[in-house]
Ligand binder design. Structure first.
Ligand SMILES: [Ca+2]
Length: 223
């Protein structure tokens, strides 16, 4: 049994602690309600996306979410790795590849299925990388080479790719990791171009793709 002094002390403590408990409960409830209303944070969404793509994956895998790689080259200007891939009907891509990143296939993209049906949920999503450039309609880019030679000084720093369906050589102008322009070359050849490389003297070498495929050397016209 409490005596009258103990009872008074307990009453005083409850008068002080009671409102604090009520305040704490209100704050906790408000935070929980707010979290439910906002949904998962971006960090949680990204972590679940990474988990989706990494479960059971081998440690040597560098990046995720690619469809059909056709070219890979390191930019001599800054050491960045660039990749070129085929989309389905539309949505060929040029990507700057960073370790551990997800490049979106098949969740996001800019193409549709060959039948015309929809493939992707959207063109962008948190935790997935955007291409530096994409083509709609497809040109079927193939091969990748950065130009750093002396024969074509104006092409220094450009990224070249061939085009199969597009039947041309493509020069992409870059500014850092951005593609700022596209020049379409050698369309008069009407050749499917499978690969492009730079030779030691600064000429470009092309591999064409048909039953009588050719290796072509591209150099400045004689003056
Ligand atoms: Ca992509």
């Amino acid at each position: 049994m409490l005596d009258s002094v103990q009872a008074m002390s307990l009453l005083t403590i409850m008068e002080i602690v009671g409102p604090l408990l009520l305040l704490a409960a209100l704050i906790y409830g408000t935070v929980q309600w707010s979290r439910r209303r906002r949904g998962p944070t971006q960090a949680v969404r990204e972590a679940s996306t990474r988990q989706l793509y990494r479960e059971g994956a081998k440690a040597e895998i560098w990046s995720y979410g690619h469809r059909n790689e056709q070219g890979l080259a390191i930019n001599p200007a800054n050491g960045e790795l660039w990749e070129i891939e085929h989309g389905p009907r539309g949505g060929d891509e040029v990507n700057v590849i960073a370790k551990g990143k997800n490049y979106g296939w098949p969740v996001i993209g800019f193409g549709i299925d060959y039948s015309g049906s929809k493939i992707h949920d959207a063109t962008a999503r948190d935790g997935m990388e955007q291409p530096a450039k994409y083509w709609v309609p497809s040109i079927a880019p193939s091969g990748a080479a950065f130009y750093s030679g002396k024969l074509f000084p104006k092409w220094n720093g450009s990224l070249f790719t061939g085009a199969l369906a597009g039947k041309m050589l493509v020069r992409l102008q870059l500014n850092g990791n951005s593609v700022t322009g596209e020049e379409r070359l050698l369309q008069n050849l009407h050749e499917r171009i499978r690969d492009v490389r730079q030779g030691p003297d600064g000429a470009l070498w092309l591999l064409t793709d048909n039953s009588a495929g050719r290796i072509l050397r591209v150099s400045p016209a004689a003056k």
